[in-house]
Design a protein around this ligand. Structure first.
Ligand code: 26Q
Length: 825
């Protein structure tokens, strides 16, 4: 209890809390305490918690100002935060007090927490990783800030039509006022677009960029409390606003029309999160988002640095900037522009600073996901930056040519510019050469980065720059908050305070001996069961569907994508259904009932992914309505997947599926969340699955499928020596034919999806189907032995310590950023 007193902003008692909540009802919400509803109670409670956070936030910033440590900045276009209230209460150590406080006022804390809307400013893994890293940065007391965009609309809401089509609706998450942000109307920067860049003729390399459009960036600050610490870091999100009357002066006559066009208007820039992951289209508005955000963030970082009155050469001694994928890569030419055009440094001085400041994390090797920007678009929107990119390229290729004289193919491969109609700038190459370190997000993925997309760069610059930081997850949200009963059992069993093991997750190993204790196993299994019932109740209340809870819960939740192979899963479900249909009652009696859950969004323009959803929904209708099978197999597609839905699904899972084609999933992070909650993993030998198996033991995971080195050869075979699917994989061919013959709907709508498999089968479903079905059978068999299964579950949780995002963020801090914990009393 002593640790709590030190971190509460205002050190509140239950009495203080009720007073403060009532006060906010009356003064902030201007309502009467006697007729407040759950939403009002949520808002008032949130405002009261915010008062606590503010005290710590102010002290944290003051501490940094006094001590002037080197700081790190995490630049991410996505922060998938989810809900805040429960997490803030946990981190402040005020959960019990607020529970009692609101109860005194006649409310239940669960109902209040449930009123909060998710902050869904991200697509998936990359955005949620950024959110976990901020939590860990504050929890380990690192001077780490986030910079992002304050989208007016987050990731779209997903609706499923009766026919099974995904429909998209906007996510107006700011419609109720957001108690978690602090508008900073005094922190603003003017950001230029378009115009002209004139190089000077004095040999200095400087240029003057003028004209065009100027847009104002306004800061909104989000407080990020650490768990069990006073450190409360900042996430600064930028909103775009027009300069109003003033900007007309800066427009050329020729640009005037563009200025009043709505797609070009200033507030469009931060209006909506782009909902596609893993495909990059050269959209002008997306480019403007990227520049708006990187330019505002760098101006802010530069202003903070300059307040210290240090020479610019010391910039990298005080500033480290992590680029979350290539999305913020324009920060590299932008810092060059500031240093050369505004600060009068020479090119070499500027380049030395830049290449010691930035660090680049790659999250994918899929070719369609690698960002490229058309040169004509860059020239139009950011003329000065294009000049700088060309200069970087020139000096870089001169150095390459010096090391490999006459190797023109190598120069073409390594160039920042890809030839073609139009020419394009390769952002991953720019991010790599402009950074001090480059990393992938799991061992296998980092190897693939080094041996495929950046192979030439490793050869040229040396291996030591190209490294790995395996992803992690925050155990606060992804164990204690989402699975409070399991957390309490762990605390009791380890006999250490939870604020100790939640910050030193390797202590979970202390559970290992208890796997042999029958009473402990019973308690462990009972919690899993109650989590299943909690999920079933949620499905009942939100969708009106009755889920049986005496079955194995089998879960696949992630963005819908061909490489993640939800199609393999649904074809496996159909295979199971067809098998059940021909079983005798005696055979069926031996079958373990299974409930299969899917959830995930498809990018709105991703036709094949949307068809996959449609197939799942329509298969569910048939299976759930079939009296022959419904006692043995149920199937649900849960709409509108979100962080909050994940928090209910993950603790309820017995087995989860992470079945990407080997070499395609960079890491995965939900795999870690399931295993931390005692769910077993069914997966391919891919991404972080491999490291999870290393930690928990291969006997506790179910692996199947071809390995990464085989993938290229198999694809080659598909193209040049195709074997008819009936011959290669009769079981799969049968499933496809059943779909075609109308078992799940009578028209030909699924043919384009089925043809991706029948034709070149790029993601190798036909190569992995048989071993997938065999792995599913092994899962069934293992589940028959309940005691052994529970042991596996316990041992899995016990060995997941490595995957805490505290470990990951400390690796970044120590081996890349060179920053240190900076606590205060
Ligand atoms: C790019 C250009 C234009 C518009 C959008 C994008 C874009 C947006 C989001 C491209 C990619 C993303 C998101 C990628 C992502 O979430 N990657 C995942 O990152 C996780 C964290 O490292 C990994 O665990 C996953 O394996 C990886 O797929």
């Amino acid at each position: 209890e002593v640790w709590r007193a030190g971190i509460r902003g205002l050190d509140k008692t239950v009495d203080d809390i009720t007073k403060s909540v009532v006060n906010h009802v009356q003064t902030s919400l201007a309502r009467q305490a006697y007729n407040i509803d759950d939403l009002g109670a949520y808002q008032a409670a949130a405002l009261s918690v915010r008062d606590n956070l503010l005290v710590n936030w102010n002290e944290t910033q003051l501490n940094y100002t006094k001590k002037n440590p080197k700081r790190a900045y995490y630049l991410s276009l996505e922060f998938l935060m989810g809900r805040t209230l429960d997490n803030a209460l946990l981190n402040l150590g005020l959960k019990d007090e607020y529970k009692d406080g609101v109860q005194k006022l006649g409310f239940s804390i669960e109902d209040i927490l449930d009123k909060e809307r998710d902050a869904a400013l991200g697509n998936g893994g990359l955005g949620r990783l950024a959110a976990c890293y901020l939590d860990s940065g504050s929890s380990t007391e690192l001077p780490l800030w986030g910079y992002g965009l304050r989208y007016k609309y987050g990731i779209f809401q997903q609706l499923i039509s009766p026919e099974g089509n995904q429909l998209e609706a906007p996510d107006p998450w700011l419609d109720n006022q957001n108690p978690w942000e602090l508008p900073r109307l005094d922190v603003t920067y003017e950001i230029r677009f378009y115009g002209r860049s004139e190089r000077s003729h004095d040999g200095s390399g400087r240029a003057v960029w003028a004209g065009g459009q100027e847009v104002v960036a306004v800061a909104y600050d989000v407080m990020i409390p650490g768990y069990g610490t006073k450190t409360t870091n900042n996430l600064r999100l930028w909103e775009s606003r027009s300069k109003r009357g003033f900007d007309l002066n800066s427009f050329n006559a020729g640009n005037y029309e563009g200025a009043v066009e709505s797609s070009n208007s200033a507030d469009a820039i931060t209006s909506v999160l782009y909902p596609n992951d893993h495909t990059s289209f050269g959209k002008e508005l997306r480019l403007k988002q990227q520049y708006f955000w990187t330019a505002a963030s760098l101006a802010d970082i530069m202003r903070r640095f300059k307040n210290q009155n240090k020479p610019l050469a010391q910039f990298p001694d005080f500033v480290a900037i992590q680029l979350n994928d290539t999305h913020p890569t324009l920060a590299i030419p932008e810092l060059m522009r500031i240093l050369i055009d505004e600060e009068d440094l020479t090119w070499d001085q500027a380049w030395t600073i830049v290449t010691n400041t930035f660090f680049y994390t790659n999250h994918t090797v899929l070719p369609e996901a690698l960002e490229k920007w058309p040169v004509p678009l860059l020239e139009h929107v950011l003329p000065r930056h294009l000049q700088i990119i060309y200069d970087i390229n020139l000096f870089f290729l001169q150095a390459v040519e010096k090391k490999y004289p006459g190797d023109r193919e190598r120069l073409a491969r390594m160039s920042l510019i890809e030839e073609g109609q139009p020419k394009q700038v390769r952002m991953a190459h720019l991010a790599a050469i402009g950074s001090r370190k480059v990393n992938g997000v799991a061992e296998l993925h980092s190897d693939l980065v080094r041996t495929t997309i950046l192979k030439d760069f490793v050869e040229f610059e040396g291996l030591s720059k190209y490294s790995n930081v395996t992803n992690g997850i925050t155990p606060r949200r992804w164990l204690d908050q989402c699975n409070p009963e399991l957390s309490a059992l762990i605390t009791k069993t380890l006999a250490v305070d939870k604020n100790v093991w939640l910050k030193d997750l390797k202590l979970l190993k202390g559970l290992i001996p208890h796997a042999e204790d029958a009473d402990f196993r019973k308690a462990w299994a009972a919690i899993k069961q109650r989590n299943k019932e909690r999920l079933a109740a949620h499905v009942q209340s939100t969708l009106g569907l009755t889920v049986r809870t005496d079955a194995m819960f089998d879960v696949q939740i992630k963005r819908i994508h061909e490489y993640k192979r939800q199609t393999l899963n649904i074809l496996g479900v159909i295979h199971r259904y067809l098998t059940l249909k021909v079983m005798t009652p005696e055979e069926k009696a031996k079958v373990n009932p299974r409930v299969v859950f899917f959830a995930g969004k498809a990018a709105p323009a991703y036709y094949i992914a949307k068809l996959t959803i449609r197939l799942i929904v329509n298969v569910a209708k048939v299976i759930n309505g079939d009296p022959d099978t419904k006692d043995y197999l149920q199937l649900y597609f849960l709409p509108d997947y979100s962080v909050s839905l994940a928090e209910v699904l993950i603790p309820a899972s017995d087995i989860s599926q992470h079945i990407s084609t080997a070499g395609t999933e960079a890491s995965g992070t939900s795999n870690m969340k399931f295993c931390l909650n005692g769910g077993l993993l069914l997966g391919t030998v891919d991404g972080a699955n491999i490291e999870i198996a290393e930690e928990v033991g291969e006997s506790n995971v179910f692996f199947f499928g071809h390995l990464t080195p085989a993938v290229e050869d198999l694809r080659y075979q598909h193209l040049y020596h195709p074997v008819p699917i009936e011959e290669k994989c009769p079981a799969l061919a049968n499933v496809l034919n059943q779909i075609s013959s109308g078992l799940f709907g009578n028209d030909d709508i699924y043919e384009p999806l089925l043809n991706t498999i029948r034709q070149n089968d790029y993601y190798l479903l036909s190569d992995d189907f048989d071993s997938y079905i065999a792995a599913l059978a092994m899962v069934d068999e293992a589940y028959q032995d309940k005691e052994e299964w529970i042991k596996k579950s316990i041992n899995t949780t016990a060995n997941m310590g490595k995957f805490s995002s505290d470990r990951a963020i400390l690796e970044y801090a120590e081996s890349f950023w060179n920053i240190e914990p900076t606590p205060f009393k």
